[in-house]
Design a binder for this molecule. Structure first.
Ligand code: SF4
Ligand code: SF4
Length: 124
């Protein structure tokens, strides 16, 4: 049967979710284990951004070694999201972050929305 749901896709050079200011991420932090929370708080820089985020290049400097809670494919476990709902959940999370960092009418938001792949009937 053809699918109509959009598929989540990370946008290159976005980095909106790398702003870790605890006051802005209370929901995310509440889902972390004590060990993850300690790691998270240790990554918050004085300006509220992750210390591993290169703000000039807009990339993660430790991408291959980033914590599990940075991996969108694994956030479903943190928030107990069913596999079938993961794309919608991730899209909502990204939109919230992009809206808060760049704005709801920003070019980043438009680019993110445009990049969401809509499977065709040929995807099976
Ligand atoms: S907010 Fe979403 S699109 Fe932007 S970097 Fe994070 S995961 Fe990727
Ligand atoms: S470790 Fe990398 S992916 Fe995770 S918040 Fe920091 S810069 Fe972003």
């Amino acid at each position: 049967m053809a699918q109509t749901a959009k598929k989540w896709r990370c946008m290159k050079n976005c980095g909106a979710c790398c702003r870790l200011e605890p006051e802005e991420r209370t929901e995310a932090i509440s889902a972390l284990t004590p060990i993850q929370k300690k790691l998270y708080l240790g990554m918050v820089g004085n300006d509220g951004w992750c210390i591993h985020y290169d703000k000039t290049k807009k990339i993660c400097k430790i991408y291959d070694d980033r914590p599990d809670f940075c991996k969108v494919s694994l956030i479903g476990d943190l928030f107990h999201v069913k596999k079938d709902d993961l794309d919608d959940f991730a899209i909502t999370c990204c939109r919230e972050q992009i809206r808060s960092i760049y704005g709801g009418r920003s070019k980043e938001m438009r680019k993110f929305n445009k990049g969401l792949r809509i499977p065709t009937k040929y995807d099976g």
